[in-house]
Structure formats: structure tokens, C-alpha cells
Design a protein around this ligand. Structure first.
Ligand SMILES: Nc1ncnc2c1ncn2[C@@H]1O[C@H](COP(=O)(O)OP(=O)(O)OP(=O)(O)O)[C@@H](O)[C@H]1O
Length: 254
């Protein structure tokens, strides 16, 4: 279980995440919503270790990981879609995913073992690349991919690492309309396993509504609503703070 306790970060006088306490259970997909600048990405950065907390704690399975650097949190099981800069830009799609599979399997340096396992790693990597619709680009260097394909590669690498906690920050942003359902299907399949903690920052409310088991709402860095999706979406604080306009638009469209 992942937990934040009074998690806070200040930038000068501005409190971007303000004493957020929340627990995230395995088998649950929690959407984190809120207006632009609410603190969603900053909250993600505090959980994954990209930013140091000014106050408060982050715990994973009861262990305090607040001061661990990001790579050590990854090893503990906090998985976030990697930016291309954290991948290997000159290696192919297949090799990038293969390295993630190998990292998950704890591939050591015992040469005979590496030689034996390499075929299995490559097969799994190719399968994952196909699942994100990159099957026809296995040999292309990551850096040469268009932006949408790079985002898909990030998702494939995350799937290959298969962390305890999956963190998706607008996973379909910048993708073509054909690719969006591919990624959403993967998240759906992951959710159906019911053994992983999934956090999703997403602006598209139809996606949030369909995928989430729970929604938390951040506003000015504070947690202002938390609960079952229909109830949170209907709550006055959310209608006012964030969804008012979307609800009006939906009514107008109906
Ligand atoms: N490194 C930083 N230095 C100073 N201020 C920052 C920094 N990172 C974020 N902020 C500020 O913290 C606040 C929260 O930003 P954040 O990006 O987390 O919001 P968000 O909810 O993810 O917004 P969006 O939906 O637009 O992505 C904003 O006011 C932002 O300007």
C-alpha cells in the first residue's frame, strides 16, 4: 500500500502541495483530478521522488521512502512512465523494452544465464511493444520516434518493469486518435488484474469516469474531495472548482 501523510512542498512562498494525506490500495485505480496548476503533477513528483518534500511523509508497504532518491523508489516498486531522457535514445524500441524486462527479472552478469534468458526477454519485449502498437517499429531508435510513439514506448517500458504502483500522468496526451484506445485498453487490462495500485492524472473526464474506482480532487494544492467517482463528480465542490464548465458543456450537448 502507498500512503502520503501531510505531504507538502513549497516553492518560495507558494504551497504547491499542501498537507495531502491519502492511501492508495492495490487493486484500485485512483484518478487525480483538479484544475490547471492544482498540484497534480507536483504530487506525482513527490511520490516518485523527482521532487523532495518540504514536509510530510511517503510510505510504501509501511516503509518510509520520503527521502529515497527516485531510482531507489523505482526499485522499491514505484513505477512512473519514464521520460525519453531516462531511456536510451540511441537504442531501439525493442532493446529499451528488453532492458526493462531484464531489470525486472534481476538479470545478473552470469554470462551463461544471460545468454539463456536473453531470448525470453526479447520475446516478452517484442510482445509488449506490439501491445502498445509499436510492433512495426521494433528496430527504430527511441529518439527517432514521433512524440506519440515515444509516449507509447514509455508505457511499454513501465509494463515491462511491472511495478507495484503504476503512475500515469496524462498517458494519452499527444497520441493520435488511433493510439488512445490502445493505451486505455492496456490500463483497463492492468486494472482487471486487481493486484496493482494505479494512479492516473487525467483531464479527460470521460476517461476518468470509465476507468477509475475512486477520484481524488486537488485544488490549490489541497485535497478537497475523495471518494467513489459518481459521488465525487456530483459533489458541489467539484462542480464548482473544476467540472462546472464541463458539466455545462455536457448538458448543452445532451
Ligand atoms: N519547480 C517548480 N518551481 C516553482 N513552482 C512550481 C514548480 N513546479 C510546479 N510549480 C507550481 O506549482 C503549482 C502546481 O503545479 P502542477 O504542475 O503540479 O499543477 P497540475 O495540477 O499538474 O497542473 P496541470 O493540470 O496544468 O498539469 C503551479 O502553481 C506551478 O506553477
Amino acid at each position: 500500500m502507498l500512503e502520503t501523510l501531510d505531504l507538502t512542498i513549497r516553492f518560495g512562498g507558494h504551497v504547491a502541495v499542501d498537507a495531502v494525506s491519502c492511501r492508495f490500495e492495490p487493486g484500485t485505480l485512483t484518478a487525480i483530478v483538479g484544475p490547471n496548476g492544482a498540484g497534480k503533477t507536483t504530487y506525482f513528483n513527490l511520490i516518485s521522488g523527482q521532487l523532495p518534500a518540504s514536509a510530510g511523509r511517503v510510505r510504501l508497504d509501511g516503509e518510509d521512502i520520503t527521502t529515497l532518491p527516485a531510482p531507489l523508489r523505482t526499485r522499491r516498486g514505484i513505477g512512473r512512465a519514464f521520460q525519453l531522457t531516462q531511456l536510451f535514445p540511441n537504442l531501439s524500441v525493442l532493446e529499451n523494452v528488453r532492458l526493462a524486462v531484464q531489470a525486472r527479472c534481476g538479470g545478473g552478469l552470469e554470462l551463461f544465464r544471460v545468454w539463456l534468458d536473453r531470448k525470453a526477454w526479447l520475446d516478452e519485449a517484442a510482445d509488449l511493444a506490439r501491445q502498445v502498437a509499436l510492433g512495426d517499429k521494433l528496430d527504430q531508435p527511441a529518439a527517432a520516434l514521433p512524440h506519440g510513439d515515444q509516449r507509447k514506448l514509455e508505457v511499454a517500458v513501465l509494463m515491462a518493469l511491472d511495478p507495484k504502483v503504476y503512475m500515469f500522468d496524462e498517458p494519452t496526451a499527444g497520441m493520435s486518435v488511433d493510439d488512445v484506445p490502445v493505451i486505455l485498453d492496456l490500463i483497463r487490462a492492468l486494472k482487471a488484474r486487481r493486484d496493482r495500485t494505479i494512479l492516473l492524472v487525467e483531464h479527460k473526464m470521460d476517461v476518468v469516469r470509465e476507468l477509475s474506482d475512486r477520484i481524488i480532487v486537488l485544488h490549490n494544492g489541497r485535497l478537497v474531495a475523495d471518494g467513489e467517482p459518481a459521488a465525487v463528480i456530483a459533489s458541489p465542490v467539484v462542480q464548482q472548482a473544476y467540472l462546472g464548465m464541463a458539466a455545462d458543456e455536457e448538458e448543452a450537448a445532451a
